[in-house]
Design a protein around this ligand. Structure first.
Ligand SMILES: C[S@@+](CC[C@H](N)C(=O)[O-])C[C@H]1O[C@@H](n2cnc3c(N)ncnc32)[C@H](O)[C@@H]1O
Length: 220
């Protein structure tokens, strides 16, 4: 298979994306397991992960690297986080905040099988309840609530140093079902640009309807 590496740790072959599996032989959340030049990779499904959809929609900044420290708000059962965990490898860490106890139960075995995911049962609206988390390189957020931008800003003020990156999947219909998504993206962008330098934004259709993905940087 002919591949390129659009971002460190992410392989692409036409419209297929792959990460090198941190846990060899595990197919959990992967569309398929494939061998590329003798190494096992997991196929990352853009219909099930907004980060993968953002890459295929042409995002130009994807600031997750080997050994990155990530605060992930709305980690759910760990589907997207498992691919980020592959990219950052054993020297990185994902602090995964999730409000639902049910999702936390599903996340537990995923975190146990990987050495770099720390589950945190908490409300991302209250960063003071997980203030023990260290400063991170990236805050990734996908909580799908009507106050997503405010949650992002509050967490970045607490955990993201100047120059750090913020990655946000906005679900227009969680903010207002009655208004056109493009209008909502514009309003959220205006709010976010008071706190961040906006590096890039892509809409995720047709992989995720009515979603946009922002990559931003905390100014110095
Ligand atoms: C769209 S799902 C996330 C999917 C996940 N990011 C993935 O790609 O694998 C949104 C998640 O955010 C969680 N959530 C919603 N509000 C939250 C809050 N205030 N604090 C923490 N988690 C929250 C939900 O319980 C749900 O699991």
């Amino acid at each position: 298979m002919k591949t390129s590496e659009p971002f460190p740790g992410v392989l692409r072959s036409r419209d297929r994306l792959f990460t090198r599996g941190l846990v060899q032989g595990s197919k959990t959340f992967a569309k398929a397991l494939v061998r590329i030049q003798g190494t096992e990779f997991r196929e990352w499904d853009p219909h099930r992960s907004k980060a993968a959809a953002a890459i295929l929609r042409g995002i130009r900044n994807f600031p997750i690297r080997k050994a990155s420290r990530i605060l992930y708000l709305g980690i759910s059962s760990g589907s997207t986080a498992s691919f980020l965990s592959d990219i950052i490898g054993p020297d990185g860490v994902i602090y995964g905040v999730e409000i639902s106890e049910r999702s936390m139960r599903d996340l537990a075995p995923v975190a146990e099988s990987r050495c770099n995911i720390v589950p945190i049962l908490a409300d991302a609206r209250m960063p003071e309840t997980y203030s023990w988390v260290e400063p991170v390189d990236v805050v990734y957020q996908d909580v799908a609530t009507n106050d997503q931008s405010e949650i992002m800003i509050r967490n970045c003020e607490a955990f993201l140093p100047s120059g750090g990156y913020a990655m946000l999947a906005i679900k227009a219909r969680s903010i207002d079902v009655t208004r056109p998504p493009k209008q909502i993206y514009k309003e959220e962008r205006a709010k976010l640009s008071k706190a961040f330098k906006i590096l890039d934004m892509v809409e995720l259709d047709p992989y995720e309807r009515d979603h946009a993905f922002f990559v931003m940087q905390r100014p110095g």
